[in-house]
Design a protein around this ligand. Structure first.
Ligand code: SF4
Length: 501
């Protein structure tokens, strides 16, 4: 959007200057607009007042102008003001860029007991040990890990089922801990597992190294077992038992669960949330199906539209607020993340919602065969035969990966502020770029936002949360704010949100 007012740009004691801004007419109230600054400060205002503002027709003593100035949308008396507060706010929001990738995922095996038809990782039979990470690749991956500059390193073990190659989990952890005596990084270990077959010996090891356990729980027994078939139809029982054992030894906060939503799940938002409450969990993640792996092959059967997902989410959000009103604290991690972006000034650790993209800039995946990817989704694409986003091999130095064509593609399509449609979108300071998802779904890393599921989901979620926050009474508003500022539930690490088994 361009505005003409030469006087305003030169500035005088009685004028004001517009700072870069974007706006969106509110879909639920066409007479008002959401206006955001470069750094993500925002306010909602009447459309006629907005038009007055951008046409430099507001009186400089109008209290609205003071509000706009406080949110870095205007500069009153430009000759005596600076851009420093805006730039400082921008820097704070993008602070995740300074350290380089902090999330490092080691895929120690593709083997798994389950035969989930929406599986995102193309699992292998439990006897197929050829799909285990071998000792040489593991050693090299540990060397590469310490080539990255991040002071904080989250090391996540994933599969398939990582416990089927527990020996490698143990060896890698011990190598990292030994090397860290000199490196002195802040380490955090996570295991994404079904937690079936968890042994006392494994639990003692996880306790010694302060592991967090992340598992998948899709809801009540009928739903979980339908989504995650095993020949014995006992997936739910084994997961719940594994969680209970993990919590007894490692503590309640050390075990978290994520849902995967199939078409069947969309009919049961309340039942899924009530199941989490029944099990004493204070955090739930209602994530839609990924377009990768077996999920891509079974989309007809399990898939659903973004509109159906958003309708489900709206119902789930109301139920979650009711649960909180009843006195049981529970947050939803995706809403918490978006609310933290809307209501707070800080950046976040969630790699799937960053600009520049978190792929390669926030996370690195070391696959079972020694190949390296910028995200779990890039690995899944490679498992489907497309290696466009493969960075290289653990035998190469990190500098080679950074110079790879895959990294070039990510940089070219990974800055939301420069993408068509996003560059004009009022939500872009709080949103992110996902070139790999757009490539997977649309065949083009830059993508086409008007027909993008990613964009529809983001836009829909921001609209829903803003509208709900605005209409909330004091109690509901406090609940939503507690989600935003991390004082609700047992927040699992944001950077592991999409990485559970
Ligand atoms: S993806 Fe959609 S919601 Fe997000 S910034 Fe781009 S246009 Fe806006």
């Amino acid at each position: 959007m361009r505005f003409r007012s030469p006087d305003a740009f030169t500035g005088s004691a009685q004028s004001y200057r517009l700072l870069p801004l974007r706006f969106r007419r509110l879909p639920w109230d066409r007479d008002r607009v959401f206006v955001s600054s470069l750094a993500g400060d925002w306010l909602m205002m009447r459309r006629d007042a907005f038009e007055q503002f951008v046409n430099h027709a507001l009186d400089v003593h109008d209290p609205l102008l003071a509000d706009l100035q406080a949110r870095h949308l205007a500069m009153v008396d430009p000759q005596r003001s600076t851009f420093a507060p805006l730039l400082s706010q921008y820097r704070t929001r993008k602070s995740y860029l300074f350290g380089g990738p902090a999330l490092h995922i080691f895929v120690v095996s593709l083997r798994c007991h389950h035969t989930c038809n929406y599986c995102q990782v193309s699992r292998q039979q439990t006897s197929a040990t050829a799909f285990d990470l071998n000792a040489d690749s593991a050693r090299l991956a540990v060397e590469r890990l310490f080539e990255w500059p991040s002071h904080e390193l989250t090391i996540e073990f994933q599969g398939g089922e990582p416990l089927l190659n527990f020996d490698q989990v143990r060896v890698i952890t011990e190598q990292i801990v030994a090397r860290n005596v000199f490196e002195k990084r802040a380490l955090r270990f996570v295991l994404a597992s079904t937690l079936h077959d968890l042994t006392d010996m494994q639990l003692a090891f996880f306790q010694e190294h302060r592991f967090k356990l992340s598992t998948s729980l899709d809801g009540p027994e009928w739903l979980h077992n339908a989504n995650r078939p095993r020949p014995e139809r006992d997936s739910y029982r084994r997961t719940v038992e594994g969680m209970a054992r993990g919590r007894r030894v490692l503590g309640d906060d050390a075990v978290s669960a994520l849902t995967t939503l199939t078409r069947r799940s969309l009919e049961a938002p309340e039942a899924i949330i009530d199941e989490y409450r029944k099990l004493g969990l204070h955090s739930i993640s209602l994530r839609p199906l990924s377009p990768y792996g077996f999920a891509a092959k079974t989309r007809e059967r399990n898939g659903y539209s973004t509109a159906a997902y958003l309708a489900f989410y709206r119902q789930a959000l109301e139920h979650l607020l009711a649960v909180n009103r009843s006195g049981y604290v529970m947050d939803e991690t995706f809403a918490s993340l978006l609310l933290s972006q809307l209501l707070g000034p800080f950046g976040h650790g969630y790699v799937d919602l960053r600009s520049p993209t978190g792929g390669g800039f926030g996370a690195v995946i070391y696959d079972y065969d020694g190949r390296v990817y910028p995200s779990d989704e890039a690995r899944m694409l490679a498992a489907m035969g497309d290696t466009s986003f493969a960075l290289g091999h653990v035998g190469q130095p990190v500098s080679d990966w950074l110079a790879s064509p895959a990294m070039e593609r990510l940089m070219a399509a990974g800055v939301a502020e420069s993408l068509p449609t996003c560059s004009d979108c009022a939500y872009v300071p709080m949103c992110g770029a996902d070139p790999i998802e757009h490539y997977a779904r649309q065949g083009d890393a830059i993508g086409h936002r008007p027909s993008s599921d990613f964009c529809q989901r983001q836009m829909g979620m921001f609209d829903l949360l803003l509208q709900r926050y605005e209409s909330a009474d004091t109690t509901d508003r406090r609940v939503l704010e507690s989600w935003a500022f991390g004082t609700a539930g047992s927040h699992q690490a944001e950077d592991t949100l999409d990485a559970a088994a």
